[in-house]
Design a protein around this ligand. Sequence first.
Ligand code: ITT
Length: 208
Amino acid sequence: MKVLIGTRNPDKLAEIVRILGEIPGISWVTFRELPFPEVEEDGRTLEENAEKKARHLARLTGLATLAEDSGLEVAALGGAPGVRSARFAGEGRNFQANNEKLLALMKGEWDRRARFRAVAALALPDGRLWLREGALEGAIASEARGRGGFGYDPVFVPEGEARTLAEMAPEEKDRISHRRRALERLRPVLFALARGEPPPPGGDPGSA
Ligand code: ITT
């Protein structure tokens, strides 16, 4: 069974492929083999955007599609940037500008609690859909540190850690990440579909 990984963000794609690894009976298709167009992310929640991306690309390509929407929720900012994380500092999706804006807004703020959230969606061309969520709790650092990862990793310190995610090795981030947690919850669905067994519940046919 072919499964399209419906992200055009190469950093995210690398993490998804690393986390899911090989699943017998599944071959991954990415935007490199099948350059699909960008899906407009106009939902009010990560769930809405993940579902929209997965359903839209499954319809367009005729392939089972795994998409994911993720974001950083900062308590002192009322949950911002949240669903707007990619474009926090403007349309250009500039990671450094986003981090600078966030650190400026958080300057002098004592409540530094934050959480990464990821919602993974798997859509089949027949309209069935599974949504699974994962989160990683932590805090916003006082300055950017580290060169690994992407996005807000240099300014995010996971709970119980002193280092930012960007200071960790990729495998260390993968062990605890919001993305990991969401994808692990989707793995049983992928396994079952690949084997032709009845998949776990949650395959809402919705409006295909
Ligand atoms: P696709 O829609 O093509 O998947 P995207 O980058 O636009 O790519 P999102 O809309 O889900 O993806 O935006 C997620 C943003 O949230 C991402 O650009 C980062 O700014 C941030 N983010 C998500 N996961 C992250 C992580 O693990 N580390 C750092 N930042 C992350």
